[in-house]
Design a binder for this molecule. Structure first.
Ligand SMILES: Cc1cc2nc3c(=O)[nH]c(=O)nc-3n(C[C@H](O)[C@H](O)[C@H](O)COP(=O)(O)OP(=O)(O)OC[C@H]3O[C@@H](n4cnc5c(N)ncnc54)[C@H](O)[C@@H]3O)c2cc1C
Length: 431
């Protein structure tokens, strides 16, 4: 009788930066891989804000997972959502009811929005995590401009032309800069009653500076570049409430029809599936080789893991960490590579509008146009697929020289009814 070799079965949950990197490393190797994702596409989240502000189309920054692995016979892609894990029997449970057995399990399920216990704010302050989120924000911004064009009530018009971004990390800074360019510059020549001065963009941050993970000098450069674009930056301003058409901050009660939430994230519920220890943001504590304590065959990587950093603290939730961790655990499964994960930090980047960025490369700080070129090249380089790289480059060049936005489409049914009258004065929460 032929003795057929049984290959280890690796289940990877999540085809984001971490899961994709692991699967690529395992492609063509002597293992059977099942890659499960609840979406059919891999998403390049760092450019989501450009979809939300009509500079890029969804397909420019996302690619079908199945197509990425079409040539890898040992990788099976499953479109489904993981809802539980049995560590005793070694399977993951899917929403469809199916179960997938594993010898090795890699959890790379990323993160979700956190409204710090104020879940009712999510209806009014839209988060940015998925293509659907980006399209909802784009619709809101573009509709606000359309309604403002014909609005005759000055208070309502001001609220339509006021855009508030909450959270001064990289996503908030990039969103605020991009909205300012869209609302104050790109569209004003297409409208008859909206001039660049009509629109107001407010960036609200609870801490005392923007981009807290960057050196203070670069935070200051980012603030100054945003102010050059006309963004009002409010620091030390923890918001008290967000409701229909308003944001209540310590400085001011701001009436706005478009509020973007870029303030908080929490890990996926993977820690709950395992019943394991996690930090206050829900990130699973992992050992130095990224396995989950008590489960040598289960790894957690990327945004869903709290991994120790050499020299103390934990690693940041950024794409390069997830990618390097994905490759590392794949090597461990293949029985090669180092025994402990070491993060190689190549720097931190954030862009402000179409010609300014800040970059922190291990003590070397870059700002302005040169930093923006480096940022652009890095982002195009890391996009999946030649088609996306070409499309993004062409779109950026077009935007750069014309100030036009190629994806200014309002999708879905458009309501022509006038927005609800603004409440004279929402009840302010005490500080
Ligand atoms: C708007 C925005 C801008 C950002 N900008 C930058 C930046 O400029 N630079 C940077 O380094 N980082 C940036 N980040 C952070 C970076 O995107 C994340 O750190 C990175 O995506 C983490 O990778 P991951 O693999 O852990 O998770 P993700 O890339 O989020 O992937 C998680 C995957 O898991 C899937 N999934 C989740 N739950 C389930 C489930 N139950 N079942 C099946 N599938 C599931 C999801 O569909 C997704 O495909 C940004 C993030 C956002 C949201």
């Amino acid at each position: 009788m032929l003795n057929k070799k049984i290959r280890p079965r690796v289940v990877i949950v999540g085809a984001g930066f971490g899961g994709l990197a692991a699967a690529k490393r395992l492609a063509g190797r002597d293992v059977d891989v099942i890659l499960v994702d609840r979406r059919n596409h891999h998403l390049f989240q760092p450019l989501l804000y450009q979809v939300a502000t009509a500079a890029l189309s969804p397909a420019d920054i996302a690619g079908p997972i199945r197509a990425i692995f079409s040539g890898s016979r040992n990788i099976r892609v499953v479109l489904d959502e993981v809802v539980g894990i049995s560590t005793v029997d070694g399977w993951v449970k899917l929403k469809s009811g199916a179960k997938l057995d594993y010898d090795w399990l890699i959890l790379a399920t990323g993160s979700r929005h956190s409204y710090f216990g104020n879940e009712d704010w999510s209806t009014h302050a839209l988060g940015l995590k998925s293509i659907e989120d980006a399209l909802a924000i784009r619709r809101k911004i573009l509709l606000a401009l359309e309604h403002a064009e014909s609005e005759t009530d000055p208070r309502r018009r001001n609220a339509l032309l006021t855009f508030v971004v909450i959270g001064g990390g990289p996503t908030g800074v990039e969103m605020a800069g991009a909205i300012a360019e869209l609302a104050r510059r790109s569209v004003s020549r297409d409208f008859r009653t909206i001039t660049p001065e009509c629109s107001r963009v407010v960036l609200i941050e609870a801490g005392d500076r923007l981009l807290p993970s960057f050196p203070a000098r670069l935070s200051e450069a980012a603030r100054s570049s945003l102010e050059d674009l006309g963004v009002e930056v409010r620091l030390g301003s923890p918001i008290r409430d967000v409701g229909e058409g308003y944001v209540d901050s310590p400085h001011e009660l701001i009436f706005s029809q478009t509020v973007v939430w870029a303030a908080g994230v929490a890990a996926s519920p993977a820690a709950e599936w395992l019943g394991t220890e996690h930090d206050p943001n829900g990130r699973i504590f992992v050992e130095r080789d990224l396995h989950v304590s008590g489960h040598r065959n289960i790894f957690a990587i990327g945004d869903t893991a709290n991994a120790p950093r050499r020299g103390g603290g934990s690693l940041p939730a950024v794409a390069p960490v997830a990618k390097q961790q994905g490759r590392f655990v794949a090597d461990l499964i293949l029985g090669r590579g180092a025994k402990e994960f070491t993060y190689r930090d190549f720097g931190n980047l954030a862009t402000i509008g179409r010609s300014s960025a800040v970059i922190d490369m291990g003590g070397i700080g870059l700002t302005g146009l040169f930093a923006w070129f480096v940022w652009s090249i890095a982002h195009v380089w890391f996009l999946i697929g030649f088609r996306s790289r070409l499309a993004v480059t062409v779109n950026w060049l077009w935007n750069y020289f014309t100030y036009q936005r190629s994806a200014r489409l309002i999708m879905g049914e458009i309501t022509y009814s006038r927005p609800q009258p603004l409440r004279a004065q929402p009840e302010r929460k005490s500080a």
